[in-house]
Ligand binder design. Structure first.
Ligand SMILES: [Zn+2]
Length: 491
């Protein structure tokens, strides 16, 4: 059943860039140091200290903006965003206001299960800014006590603002997953949500169709979501809540507009709850930072960055599908695991000459083991080359698929090489001569079955295969079948 409204969602993502030092000083950005040990006069804003831009942070931002198909203006500048908060001792944050380093980009998204039509989400802008510190309320003493840790102050953040092009919580989750994957492939951030390296704010409202025309609910900004799953749930909840409020009160605007409010996601209650209302953008009194010079970017620089991006997820999915004849779903699973797993798959598929088979074994066996051990593919003890050797034995009929899986499991368990494991499991390859002798003996001992097969009752061959397996567990059923049929034809 279609809903009587359209959900309008725009996402703001803050990504901590993977630089060793902060945006305007040399302090470390490492996570987990004792509070206030990674600060200096610049990042805590002592009078007379002067910021100097971290060139690497700027390059990583450009790289991301180019990968997001953004326009890169030739000139960008720094602005002070004025506000007071205990975790911001300077009294302002250095950000970018009217001349961001990039704008008008897009990120295509699709769902391999077909939850929605493939589409392109617009990127309004991606700009660079410094992070504030962290307030810890009652976390240490358990009493009414607040402390401030300024280690994070001045850490480079790239803020990526999407157009309100997202139409469902599913699309929002897919957009975030695709963006995170892109950032991972680019190597610009570790995207660790638990450590705050990736933070998401969502703007959501509804367009409701009524007999009197379209009604628009006031925009709500939802904060405080610490996983993509939480974003999806919060948006689901918020859409329902806004519709309920509209049905009860009829509060909605005839056109775009109305007060924007802020709500936080309460994970325990599985609900959004009101938060302090954000100041309007004019209240920040942005003005150009007098201590920092504007940054110019040349066309050559952008072209060089574009050429060095490497193969990005969308292109990689397409190549895997086309080159290895695997499904969009399989390509998606492989690419979403990261470059390392894709490289493993490619080597395996090339080694055994069968992309579908390689995709199947990587997903069923390799990924399951990695999941159980909670490690990445670099820790998988069996090289793609060795696994390809095993798959060839399955292709050649020396091992059945299930026997092959037993061998792989035993190799992972014992750490022994392929041949040793096969020997230990009592698996010896049955050569063609041996197989023919066995089949001839069976045919001679089962004249009734042979007669049935000759009359076209092919099912009868099952009894021969069963007998063959009892006499030699190493025989391959499909080879027994083939050989018996050939021998009967020759009779
Ligand atoms: Zn510093």
């Amino acid at each position: 059943m279609s809903k009587p409204y359209t959900i309008i969602i725009g996402l703001e993502v803050h990504v901590q860039l993977a630089t060793k030092s902060k945006l305007f000083c040399g302090c470390s950005t490492a996570f987990g140091a004792p509070p206030n040990t990674q600060t200096c006069p610049v990042c805590i804003g002592m009078p007379g200290s002067l910021p100097v831009m971290n060139r690497e942070a700027f390059e990583l931002s450009l790289k991301t903006a180019v990968a997001l198909n953004c326009e890169i203006p030739r000139l960008t500048k720094w602005d002070r965003k004025q506000y007071y908060y205990p975790d911001l001792p300077k009294g302002y944050q250095i950000s970018q206001f009217d001349l961001p380093l990039s704008r008008n980009g897009r990120l295509p998204i699709s769902d391999p299960k077909g939850l929605f039509e493939p589409k392109s989400i617009g990127i309004i802008r991606a700009h660079l800014e410094e992070d504030a510190g962290k307030s810890m309320h009652d976390e240490i003493s358990g009493k009414a006590d607040s402390r401030i840790d300024l280690n994070r102050t001045g850490t480079p953040l790239l803020e990526i603002v999407s157009e309100p092009d997202i139409r469902s919580p599913d699309e929002a989750k897919t957009y975030l997953t695709e963006l995170k994957l892109l950032l991972n492939y680019l190597g610009v951030s570790d995207c660790n949500m638990q450590e705050g390296s990736l933070r998401v704010d969502a703007n959501i409202n509804l367009h409701i169709d009524t007999p009197e025309g379209q009604r628009v609910t006031p925009i709500v900004e939802v904060k405080n979501m610490n996983s993509f799953r939480a974003v999806q749930r919060a948006l689901d909840y918020e859409a329902r809540r806004q519709y309920d409020v509209w049905q009860e009160t009829g509060i909605a605007m005839g056109a775009r507009g109305g007060h924007k409010t802020t709500r936080g996601w309460d994970e325990n209650a599985q609900a959004t709850v009101p938060q302090r209302t954000k100041e309007e953008s004019s209240d920040y009194r942005y003005f150009p930072d007098p201590d920092l010079v504007p940054v110019t970017t040349t066309e050559e620089q952008v072209a060089r960055i574009g050429a060095g991006l490497g193969e990005l997820p969308a292109a990689l999915r397409e190549r895997l599908q086309n080159t290895y004849d695997i499904t969009p779903y399989d390509a998606d699973v492989l690419v979403n695991q990261g470059r390392g797993l894709v490289d493993y798959f490619v080597e395996l598929a090339d080694g055994c000459g069968d992309g579908k088979m390689a995709a199947n074994w990587v997903q069923q066996d390799v990924l399951r083991w990695l999941g159980e051990q909670q490690v990445g593919v670099e820790a998988f003890p069996i090289s793609a080359e060795v696994l390809a050797g095993l798959l060839k034995k399955v292709q050649g009929g020396e091992l059945t698929t299930s026997r092959g899986r037993d061998v792989l499991a035993a190799m992972l368990e014992s750490g022994k090489p392929l041949e040793a494991v096969m020997q230990a499991l009592g698996i010896e390859s049955v050569d063609q001569g041996e197989l023919e002798t066995l089949c001839s003996e069976l045919l001679a001992a089962n004249p009734k079955v042979v007669e049935n097969i000759k009359e076209g009752k092919l099912k009868a061959i099952g009894s021969l295969i069963g007998q063959a397996k009892r006499r030699n567990p190493n025989v391959n059923p499909s080879q027994v079948r083939e050989t018996c049929l050939r021998l009967i034809e020759q009779m």
